[in-house]
Design a protein around this ligand. Structure first.
Ligand SMILES: C[S@@+](CC[C@H](N)C(=O)[O-])C[C@H]1O[C@@H](n2cnc3c(N)ncnc32)[C@H](O)[C@@H]1O
Length: 217
């Protein structure tokens, strides 16, 4: 569970950086648990590479670190220096984080500038895509699939019905932007989705989408 000071930090960042922070509070434990579900079914014998994008105060990271095994690699990409500093201090101080600290690296930069040395078996993203320009969302989905190994799984959440509501009620430019984002996401979801979870206990309620990159490309 996020601490009170993590809620306060998150809310402060929401007020100063609304577009990139994207929500008023960290994800609930139900949402966090659904985000890491594919990792629970990983093969027992092989180490894996995991990338978390937009970890914020670490609501999902708290669950992720407990799934790591010796030999796994865990990279985190976070744009906001305040969140990155908080995460780094967790890797120094908190029990489950400290246990795998030598396998983890916090990278402070936007995802679109991140270059990986090797692809990842699991990519877990908390980016608030509905707040971004449509071209950036295209770029981010390209990056997700470039960063995934063949057969790898991308898990991300989106707040339920927010895009459909804003597409109808927003200003015209916003409606056009969201319609383009919808087109991009629908294309990827239709060709790659393996599962969708409905998480009602979250502020706001959210869907978790799990997409798999084909083995063959
Ligand atoms: C909605 S919050 C999710 C935080 C956390 N994963 C959770 O579930 O509580 C979005 C996070 O993405 C980060 N972020 C936004 N744009 C980003 C980008 N282009 N690259 C990396 N991180 C980004 C924000 O700073 C913030 O930490």
């Amino acid at each position: 569970m996020p601490s009170l000071s993590e809620y306060a930090t998150f809310f402060r960042e929401f007020r100063t950086r609304f577009e990139t922070t994207g929500s008023i509070a960290p994800s609930s434990r139900f949402l966090a648990s659904a985000m890491i579900a594919p990792l629970r079914n990983r093969p027992a014998d092989a180490p894996v590479r995991i990338l978390e994008i937009g970890p914020g105060t670490g609501a999902v990271t708290d669950y992720l670190v407990q799934q790591l095994r010796p030999g796994d690699t865990f990279d985190l990409v976070e744009l906001n220096q305040v969140f990155a500093d908080l995460l780094r201090s967790k890797f120094e101080r908190e029990k489950h984080f400290r246990a795998i600290a030598s396998q983890a690296t916090v990278h402070v930069l936007p995802l679109q500038d991140f270059e990986a040395t090797q692809p990842y078996d699991f990519v877990i993203s908390g980016l608030p895509l509905n707040n971004f320009p449509a071209d950036l969302v295209d770029e981010i989905f390209d990056a997700y699939f470039r960063l995934l190994a063949p057969g790898g799984v991308l898990s991300y959440f989106e707040y339920m019905y927010v895009r459909s509501i804003r597409k109808r009620l927003g200003k015209r430019v916003d409606r056009e932007r969201l319609a383009r984002i919808d087109g991009t996401m629908t294309r990827y979801v239709n060709s790659h989705r393996i599962r969708r979870d409905w998480i009602f206990v979250n502020l706001p309620p959210a869907w978790v989408q799990h997409l798999r990159r084909d083995q063959s490309n």
